[in-house]
Write a protein that binds this ligand. Structure first.
Ligand code: TRP
Length: 326
């Protein structure tokens, strides 16, 4: 029997951070290595055009993101790993999906509302249409399982709706895709722990996987712990990071201390930064290797795109016929 197909993607926001890792990439690697799935992973550079990034920066960020994913263990021998713009069928399918998607449904998307708030001067049609391109990413490969964090569930549900709208209007062709939630979907910002860890608030809010041990220590030191309102989402966030990156013994020690109300935030912070530094030691070295050997890394990606296109071309051949343009 054929394996279930997985599709997931990240935007080329440059340096991946701990939130991206725990919320998504860690799980990708696990799914890939389980051998149970046919995995497609993608760096979505066309999605990034909807933001404010300039072209030069984008070009280098895409490459960096690729190097980082390879260094984290995305293995081009086991998965189909590629850059979205190297497979032009993504945007072609998105156009067709645009014509079966009601505007009213896109107006409900919370990410669109959030991002419109973040970039008030650049509320472009692409930002509005972003989830349709995302649906095309997934359905181009007829993927059925989409490993994502909680914040992307709405987009995966839309993907399912789009498949249905297409199938109802034309013929039964696209499968239903389901979100596959990860164990730690939400890592909070260091400085504003009420919000999800995101680069858009600034570099001090996130721990990049490539941050040196010195930088990690500095950032964690400044992390907010108590909000002063009886709640401590920042401290909870630090405990979650400790649980994710420290050895079990260390984590347990802090849990016990916490029960007695004896946790010193200084100690907790030190333990968190030490464990993160150690965890990504090997990653930092491998990342450097992929960055330095640019020709080889780019070749890996073009080979990945060729592999992806074998499927993409087949889907689009059928879709063009189904909608009556060929
Ligand atoms: N929107 C996703 C994010 O912001 C990225 C993405 C684009 C994606 N296309 C996708 C995720 C397809 C899963 C499947 O994280």
């Amino acid at each position: 029997m054929a394996k279930d197909r997985i599709f997931s993607a990240v935007q080329p926001t440059g340096d991946l951070h701990v939130g991206n890792y725990l919320g998504a990439i860690k799980n990708w690697v696990k799914l890939q290595n389980s051998g149970k799935y046919d995995c497609f992973f993608c760096v979505v550079d066309y999605h990034s055009l909807t933001g404010d990034m300039d072209a030069k920066k984008r070009h280098s960020q895409v490459f960096k993101t690729v190097a980082e994913l390879l260094a984290l263990g995305i293995d081009p021998e086991k998965s189909t790993f590629f850059i979205q713009s190297e497979v032009p069928e993504h945007t072609e399918l998105a156009w067709i999906f645009n014509t079966v998607t009601p505007m009213s449904e896109l107006l409900r998307m919370t990410q669109f509302k959030d991002k419109s708030g973040d970039q008030k001067k650049n509320i472009n049609v692409g930002l509005f249409d972003y989830p349709v391109l995302q649906s095309a990413d997934i359905l181009l490969y007829k993927a059925t399982h989409v490993p994502v964090g909680q914040d992307q569930v709405q987009h995966v549900e839309l993907t399912r709706d789009i498949a249905r709208w297409f199938n109802n209007r034309y013929e039964d062709f696209f499968p239903e895709a389901k979100a596959k939630l990860t164990e730690f979907p939400k890592v909070m910002s260091l400085l504003n722990p009420e919000k999800k860890m995101s680069k858009s608030y600034g570099d001090a809010h996130v721990i990049n996987l490539s941050d040196s041990p010195e930088i990690i220590e500095k950032k964690i030191k400044k992390a907010v712990t108590d909000s002063g309102k009886g709640k401590a989402p920042g401290a909870e966030n630090l405990m979650m990071l400790l649980k994710s990156f420290a050895d079990k013994g260390t984590f347990k020690q802090f849990v016990e201390a916490g029960k007695k109300g004896e946790v010193r935030y200084g100690d907790l912070k030190k333990a968190v930064s030490d464990s993160i530094s150690l965890y990504f030691n090997d990653f930092r070295e491998k990342r450097e290797g992929f960055l330095v050997d640019e020709v080889k890394t780019r070749k890996i990606m073009s080979t990945g795109a060729e592999k992806a296109r074998l499927v993409a071309i087949e889907t689009m051949d059928r879709v063009r016929k189904i909608v009556g343009v060929r």
